[in-house]
Structure formats: structure tokens, C-alpha cells
Design a protein. Structure first.
Length: 133
């Protein structure tokens, strides 16, 4: 689903988005854990059975991770980085497309940036920023 968010709409959606983001992040962490177990298994045992069980767990977890990404993106946010915890909410400032940005750990949307500037170009949203749709 694509939409442009106002700052208020983004903040209203944020609790649900955070929940979905944290679910996706947990699935990403599960993948990393299983990959480490798989590598350890390869170097310490000759059991094909254990390898195949872990490989099937990995495949299932990867599928669940991509499903969680799809669910998160269906909220209208753009995922910039799961690892860094960066999400953007498409918005407009006058006639220009911009992003309202959120970083994991923040409790509200307080910043925006141009499409091309990214996280390093974040600017604070003014209290009554009428320029943002």
C-alpha cells in the first residue's frame, strides 16, 4: 500500500509500525542465530541429520522474516535498514517528495529529510510544520 503521510498520521501509525518492525527484527536475529548454529554444526559434527534439521529451520525462519517485511511494508513505510533500525514514511513538503524518518528507539516522528539525503540529512519537524502535508 502506498500513501503519503502527514506528521500526525505517521505518529498515529507509529505504535503499530514499531510492533511490526520489532517482529521483523526478531526474525532477522533468529536467522543470524540459526546461521551461526549451522556453521558450528558443520565444523563440529559429521551428522547430516543435524545439518538438515538446522537448514530446514533456517529456511522456515527466512520465509517468516520475508513475511514480516511484507507486513511491515504494507503499512506504507519504506524500510531503509532493519539492522540500523531506520524507516521512512513518504510525505510531501510543498510539492516535493520527502521522508518523515524514524530510528529504532525513538517514540515519535520528529525529523524529515529530502529523498536523497537520508538519515544524515535529517531536519527537525517544526511544531506546526504546515509545509508537510
Amino acid at each position: 500500500m502506498f500513501k503519503f503521510f502527514t506528521a500526525n498520521e505517521a505518529n498515529d501509525a507509529l505504535p503499530d509500525v514499531i510492533k511490526k518492525f520489532e517482529h521483523a527484527l526478531a526474525k532477522k536475529n533468529d536467522i543470524t542465530k540459526i546461521e551461526k548454529e549451522l556453521q558450528f554444526s558443520l565444523s563440529t559434527t559429521n551428522s547430516f541429520e543435524k545439518y538438515m534439521v538446522l537448514k530446514q529451520q533456517l529456511n522456515s525462519t527466512i520465509t517468516k522474516f520475508y513475511q514480516s517485511i511484507e507486513i511491515l511494508e504494507n503499512t506504507g513505510v519504506m524500510i531503509k535498514s532493519i539492522e540500523q533500525g531506520l524507516l521512512d514514511f513518504p510525505s510531501k513538503r510543498f510539492d516535493e517528495e520527502v521522508c518523515l524518518c524514524w530510528k529504532h528507539g525513538e517514540t515519535e516522528i520528529k525529523f524529515w529529510h529530502d529523498r536523497d539525503s537520508g538519515f544524515m540529512g535529517r531536519k527537525p519537524i517544526e511544531v506546526n510544520d504546515e509545509s508537510l502535508i
